[in-house]
Design a protein around this ligand. Structure first.
Ligand SMILES: NC(=O)C1=CN([C@@H]2O[C@H](COP(=O)(O)OP(=O)(O)OC[C@H]3O[C@@H](n4cnc5c(N)ncnc54)[C@H](O)[C@@H]3O)[C@@H](O)[C@H]2O)C=CC1
Ligand SMILES: O=C(O)[C@@H]1CCC=N1
Length: 275
């Protein structure tokens, strides 16, 4: 498949992660451009990734096969209504916004039926270690589905879902997920420091342990629960820690946290434009 031309509308954190991942995996700079009203974002994205960055969204659209909507949910309606005036050809629309459904996007993009992929990526895409869930509306052709998959699989795991509502669950698990692991890293580093380790040592031990555990879980053919059991000697140190987590309601807390994220994703669908 030839390299599609990709226009990112919004050049913030998630766009930068996707663009950085694509560039690192060989997508040429002239196949990607972005637009952002923020001068600093344009300068950053332009210098870090060598791509052209425009102040006006309409200027990014010329010749684009794929238009990635990477703005906050709260401004999506305004952005789509403005883009609708300029989307002459029939590019594939890929939205990465939390909560915003294909029907809303179609409504805001005007009367012409649009091929829309709703996708929920995450920031480790920057390192080619992303995880994305994708949903395609009925207008998306097989070729466009392949284009969307090529875009997201260039930066990590890309999995299709055939029920759009499940994107809220993807958001709760993997879209927001990196932040949960970062929180655990922060907390373990602080706890190690509290136990007397120099901060630098606590941080490095925590990070290597997170990396090692994730790689073991990915590469092993046994489940995480079994890997955990293998660390947990009867009446040993790990058991003491795990019992403490469980007494504090760890599993229920994780479920509650993911429910809150999924619910917030569903609420964002009702987001009103700032007046
Ligand atoms: N940050 C993350 O981990 C993830 C974010 N997302 C989604 O990605 C989208 C962007 O999120 P972030 O990158 O975190 O936000 P961000 O705030 O870093 O980036 C948004 C960018 O949009 C720009 N912008 C504002 N108004 C605009 C307009 N009218 N036209 C064009 N650009 C405009 C802003 O200047 C900013 O640079 C959101 O919808 C979010 O739900 C999805 C998955 C993960
Ligand atoms: O927090 C958010 O709303 C966005 C969507 C998933 C990750 N960040």
């Amino acid at each position: 498949m030839s390299t599609p031309r990709i226009a990112f509308i919004g050049g913030g954190n998630m766009a930068a992660s996707l663009i950085g991942g694509l560039r690192a995996r060989g997508t040429p700079a002239d196949a990607i451009c972005a637009s952002d009203p923020g001068e600093e974002q344009r300068r950053k994205i332009g210098t870090e990734h060598g791509i052209q960055a425009f102040a006006r969204n309409a200027d990014a659209l010329a010749g684009a096969d794929v238009v990635v909507l990477a703005v906050k949910p709260q401004v999506m309606q305004t952005v789509c209504r403005d883009l609708a005036q300029h989307l002459g050809e029939a590019p594939l629309i890929v939205s990465i916004a939390a909560g915003i459904g294909c029907d809303s996007l179609q409504h805001w993009l005007g009367p012409q039926p649009r091929a829309i992929v709703r996708c929920m990526p995450n920031t480790p895409s920057l390192l080619g270690q992303g995880a994305s869930g994708l949903y395609a509306n009925a207008r998306v052709s097989a070729e466009q589905k392949a284009q969307a998959e090529q875009l997201l699989s260039a930066v990590g795991l890309a999995l299709w879902l055939d029920d759009e509502q499940l994107i809220d669950a993807v958001t709760a698990v993997s879209g927001s997920g990196p932040a949960y692991f970062f929180l655990l890293i922060e907390a373990m580093t602080a706890a190690g420091e509290q136990l007397g380790l120099p901060r630098e040592i606590a941080a490095r031990l925590t990070l290597q342990t997170a990396l090692g555990a994730a790689r073991m879980a990915c590469e092993s053919d046994v489940e995480a629960a079994e890997l955990r059991r293998r660390v947990t000697s009867p009446n040993g140190t790990t058991e003491a820690a795990i019992k403490t987590f469980q007494a504090g309601g760890f599993e229920a807390l994780v479920q509650q946290a993911l429910n809150a994220a999924a619910q917030r994703s569903a609420e964002l669908a009702q987001t009103k434009e700032p007046s």
